[in-house]
Design a protein around this ligand. Structure first.
Ligand code: SF4
Ligand code: SF4
Length: 157
């Protein structure tokens, strides 16, 4: 989804433009200050936001909200649409022993493929370290600048 405020996480009318979300967001440019009805308002650039949800907890004005598409997901499955899922590692942490049962239910309901999102993290860490090692002896002006949006990934690297 492109544009402002059109993604999963969005800003509602409670926003007072206090900037707290900017200072706590790991993605440069994901929060965009605009003027709405004559007042400062912080919308989300949905092309940059990674939907981490941190600002929902950070915003004390309850101005960050999310769109719940669970019903649409099950309705589309019922219609026979081919849907594959990437499961975030937190899924297993939250549901524990129930996780395999939920995965089984989703398969029975027709989910096409289910991937483990943790692989993305491993690949990303591996490729970043590989690049750093390969580029470390290049002249400074030939080394690319690495900026990663994920603080957890940076900690791993
Ligand atoms: S969304 Fe919340 S934290 Fe961000 S500027 Fe608006 S009120 Fe402040
Ligand atoms: S959901 Fe995460 S990435 Fe998106 S604006 Fe909020 S803190 Fe930034």
């Amino acid at each position: 989804m492109g544009g402002y405020n059109s993604g999963v996480i969005f800003t509602n009318d409670n926003c007072i433009g206090c900037n707290r979300c900017i200072s706590n967001c790991s993605l440069m440019g994901a929060n965009v200050s605009i003027i709405k009805n004559g007042k400062a308002h912080m919308e989300i650039d949905s092309r940059k936001c990674n939907d981490c949800g941190r600002c929902i907890n950070i915003c004390v004005h309850h101005a960050r909200d999310f769109r719940d598409d669970t019903d649409a997901f099950f309705a589309d499955l019922k219609k026979g649409q081919k849907i594959s899922l990437i499961l975030d590692p937190t899924f297993y942490a939250i549901y524990g022993k129930k996780a395999p049962c939920i995965v089984g239910c989703l398969r029975k309901l027709g989910v096409e493929k289910i991937y483990d999102g943790a692989y993305g993290r491993e690949l990303c860490a591996y490729l970043t370290v590989k690049y750093l090692k390969e580029a470390k002896n290049l002249p400074v002006d030939q080394r690319a600048f690495i900026s990663n949006a994920c603080p957890a990934m940076i900690a791993v690297v």
